[in-house]
Design a protein around this ligand. Structure first.
Ligand code: SF4
Length: 365
């Protein structure tokens, strides 16, 4: 499943630093758990102790890096140069907004050793972007992604679900748009209602209703299937859990292991697809890769219990020889298999047809 290559990252959070606007849902102080940005000197000192090696990156998250004064950006990027030269890191990652990466900025970032840029696109629906206070449109977001790729950056795209004005088909359109732009990594964040945000005000006024956890898991499983079918890794689903976040949470699809829930939901659907046409009143065997047992069994054994209810005579057999993502159903001399990628491609096609039937999409031109 879109298995994410392990990469060592040394993250620093610059909460809301450089942000020109306050997006309706955002409070980076509670999202990151940091109350203030570290100084470049502290970054330099931490890097002295860090030995990430090949592929490791220093990352600046939590704000709009390229909206900071150039001098401040340069100070943060210069702090990483000794570690870059010594090979303790291989590159620098920053996150920023789509309306803050013009050509001159791209050139500056490249000169300073930035290798990966994560763009908080959130949605490719103009209406959703407007209602979320993002202050840019889908065309601008697309142009920013293409510009970053043209300048040789690894591109990361962050998307959100459940934003004001959003619906499942729009979120899937956003994923389709993202994948067409060739990102090397994705992140998906279902919208939470946090205290001290405009969204909290809208929620209290009855003008905003967040996704339920069940709805968010189902939609994120769609998005994950689409990304998997396109071989694009999803690096994270859901915000990092923290006591600060839980304290500020008013409502919304929060779960400390949301990504796990989504991956388990996708695997359960893959199993159900493989078992289509199987008579559950007859004994059969389901084989799956041994190391994916936690994925099949699920948190609190939810997957195991669901399979037990639906297919009481199905024996589950972990198999150390099976490659990742492959499921095999066997009954006497009959057998069928379903690799994960094939299932995800099927699901992607079905979703495309269903969304087209629902009246097309809000694709950017
Ligand atoms: S979502 Fe990003 S751009 Fe918007 S306020 Fe938060 S950190 Fe700033």
């Amino acid at each position: 499943m879109s298995s994410v290559p392990r990469q060592k990252i040394l993250p620093f959070f610059l909460p809301m630093s450089g942000c020109r606007y306050r997006c309706v849902y955002c409070d980076q102080y509670v999202i990151s758990g940091e109350t203030e940005a570290p100084s470049p000197e502290r970054v330099r000192a931490e890097l002295e102790k860090f030995s990430g090696g090949e592929g490791a990156e220093l990352a600046y998250y939590g704000g709009s890096f390229t909206c900071l004064p150039r001098k401040t950006q340069a100070a943060y990027l210069q702090a990483a140069q000794p570690a870059l030269v010594a090979g303790r890191i291989s590159g620098i990652r920053i996150s920023t907004r789509p309306d803050a990466v013009d050509a001159e900025t791209c050139e500056f970032l490249r000169e300073q050793g930035v290798s990966t840029v994560e763009l908080g696109v959130q949605s490719f629906s103009d209406e959703v972007l407007r209602k979320s206070g993002r202050a840019y449109g889908s065309k601008q977001a697309k142009a920013a992604c293409l510009r970053l790729r043209a300048h040789g950056f690894r591109l990361g795209i962050q998307l959100m679900t459940g934003l004001p004005g959003d619906r499942d088909s729009l979120a899937r359109d956003s994923m389709r748009n993202s994948l067409e732009l060739g990102p090397e990594l994705l992140r998906i964040y279902p919208t939470l209602v946090l205290e001290n945000t405009e969204l909290a005000r809208l929620y209290r006024a009855g003008l905003y209703q967040p996704q339920s956890l069940t709805a968010a898991v189902a939609l994120c499983a769609d998005l994950l299937a689409m990304a998997t079918a396109a071989h694009c890794p999803v690096q994270r689903i859901g915000l990092n859990p923290s006591p600060e976040l839980e304290k500020a949470l008013l409502d919304g699809p929060y779960h400390p292991a949301l990504g796990g829930l989504v991956r388990e939901a996708l695997r359960l659907e893959q199993i159900r697809r493989l078992l289509r046409g199987y008579d559950p009143a007859t004994p059969a065997v389901l084989r799956f890769p041994q190391r994916e047992l936690p994925l099949v069994f699920g948190q609190k054994r939810a997957g195991l219990l669901a399979l037990g209810r639906e297919y009481p005579l199905l024996a589950l057999e972990p198999d150390a020889e099976l490659p990742a993502g492959l499921l095999i159903w066997e009954q006497g001399s009959k057998a069928r298999e379903l690799p994960e990628e094939e299932y995800c491609c099927q699901r992607r096609e079905e979703l495309a047809k269903a969304d087209a039937r629902m009246g097309g999409c809000s694709y950017m031109e």
